[in-house]
Design a protein around this ligand. Structure first.
Ligand code: G6P
Ligand code: MG
Length: 221
């Protein structure tokens, strides 16, 4: 049976996917690197350095490791400037309710975000206490689409991966969930979430009861 739900943060719970995107776009303009939809979609869910490497694929020149550190820090400054004024109003519609409904159904709740800003953001959104386990992004070696982060969340919750459901807004995240052996729920548009088992337009459509029943049925078969 289903015992835990592991949520991604940016673009699933917090309205921050657009903030990450605009910070990267600003950096792209400064270094004359092309930036488009395809690139932005590929960067979603990928950690800071991994996202930077994607951006630099088509940059007009090569960068040293020290320069890359500076570029990553610069992007993070742009991002932090934006989330500095964030509060509970920056939760995505249905997010708080989806997490609370999951808890009320007796399931454990985890967070698998690649963002080093996740703890700060959770405090600002006022939902830090709703999670049983939050993966520390700085301990993860391999970025999504690798399953490491979702497996770490399951381990931290003390639940087998097969009894977990993962929720993501990025293709890299869906791939990570599937590779971890969990049911993958995508939030957003089907085209961008290829391998998702279920796609919802947003968390307002999240019904924990339906997922519990589906899993019970699958186990019985
Ligand atoms: C999340 C976002 C990505 C971001 C990554 C790292 O996964 O979806 O867009 O690049 O976190 O965030 P950070 O806050 O550590 O730079
Ligand atoms: Mg995300």
């Amino acid at each position: 049976p289903l015992r835990a739900v592991i949520f991604d943060l940016d673009g699933v719970i917090a309205d921050t996917a657009v903030v990450h995107r605009s910070a990267w776009e600003k950096l792209a303009q400064e270094i004359d690197a092309p930036f488009d939809e395809v690139l932005a979609e590929r960067m979603k869910g990928v950690d800071r350095r991994g996202s930077l490497e994607i951006l630099l694929e088509r940059a007009p020149r090569a960068y040293t490791e020290a320069e890359k550190d500076e570029l990553g820090e610069r992007k993070n400054r742009y991002y932090r400037e934006q989330i500095g004024s964030f509060g509970p109003g920056n939760l995505l519609p249905g997010a708080r309710h989806a997490v609370e409904a999951t808890r009320n159904a007796g399931l454990r709740v985890g967070l698998a975000s690649a963002s080093r800003n996740a703890p700060l953001l959770l405090e600002r959104l006022g939902i830090a206490d709703l999670f049983d386990y939050i993966v520390d992004a700085s301990t993860i070696e391999r970025s999504k689409p690798d399953p490491e982060i979702f497996l770490a969340a399951a381990a931290g919750l003390g639940v087998a991966p097969a009894a977990c459901l993962g929720v993501e807004d990025a293709a890299a995240g869906i791939a990570s969930i599937r590779a971890a052996g969990m049911v993958a729920v995508g939030v957003g548009h089907r085209e961008a979430l290829g391998e998702a088992d279920v796609v919802l337009p947003g968390l307002t459509a999240f019904r924990i009861g339906e997922f519990v029943e589906d899993q019970d049925r699958a186990t019985a078969e």
